[in-house]
Design a protein around this ligand. Sequence first.
Ligand SMILES: *Cc1c(COP(=O)(O)O)cnc(C)c1O
Length: 381
Amino acid sequence: MRKVTFGKPIIGDEERNAVQKVLEGTLLVHGPIAKQFEADFASYTGSEACVSVSSCTAGLHLCYFDMGLGAGDEVIVPAQTHVATAHAVELCGAKPVFVDAEIKSGNIDISKIEERITPRTKAISVVHFLGLPVAMDKVCAIAEKHGLKVIEDCALAIGGRYKGKHVGLWGDAGAYSFYPVKHITTAEGGVVITKHEDLAARLVHKKAFGVDRNVTERKEPGIYDVTDLGFNYRMNEMQAAIGIEQMKRIDGFLEKRKANYDTLYAGLENIDGVTLFEKPGADFENSHYCLSIILDEKMRADRSKLVKAINDKGVGTSVYYPSPVPYFTYYKEKYPVTGDEYPVASAISYGSIALPVGPHLGAEDMEYVAEMVKKSVGEVF
Ligand SMILES: *Cc1c(COP(=O)(O)O)cnc(C)c1O
């Protein structure tokens, strides 16, 4: 039986040798490798500034922390996203105010943002769901009208562009993740890109305790001052060394993802009870994290049966995401929800199955996946 795993980091001799070289040197943190990785990422995205961090979550938190977000403040957060998008707001003591998704893409329903804005709102956050860019000009226009910041969760969207501009550069800042199942990996790690160089300078400072100069900048060893509150959210040199090698592979990765996605999409059209997200217009350059199928409402209760039938045929699956964020216990207990406030996010969370399109796979795998999904739907329903 063919084995099609959902995600698999692609690590070669280049990455292994790069890590080995760091280990043979003296600088494990604060060195030139992280700076090089930042420069490479900035150049790839066309960003003025890039700050490496320990994770996407750390990057998002750092952005809100720098804004001075705190108790009594609110941030618009998509209901259909990774919990980190909301946690970053919570960590500052502020309140995430959730907005439902749109069914054609899973992205935030922009038409519902304004009705959730209050005098306490400080920012709008978006997630480029499964790599498909949000129509950022519309989001930025709303933000400008109300004097709000815009923070982009780009964890699944490297290579994603809207109207030719890379995601993360439309808003005030965009945070990326290099967790193993994402497009590229540094094991754990992330970056924040931003068009504001002053913001980047503050993030560099606050990701390292708010110390006024880093180890290599100290005139007298051990002597420094602390001018701000800050974290330890740094990326180390080994992570950055892997990242540099991964960035050399990114174009090939994205090409393969697109080809796989298109093949799988064609194979999954016209299955009874199964819908796919709409193919977006030319303004949207998808980075193709995965391809989710959405089951009709009457089939949702049996999703796990279908998942099992697909997995039994050697095809790995996942779910993005298992619950709308406001329905996770932590959020539900803190901010009680009445009724069915997030019907689209619910349809995606409870009725979708994510299928693999990663660069470890090829056209034959995609044909196999489509065939096995079709077969499994026939078996279960
Ligand atoms: C994976 C992911 C995160 C978390 O990234 P970390 O680097 O693990 O902190 C945040 N948002 C989205 C949309 C993600 O998919």
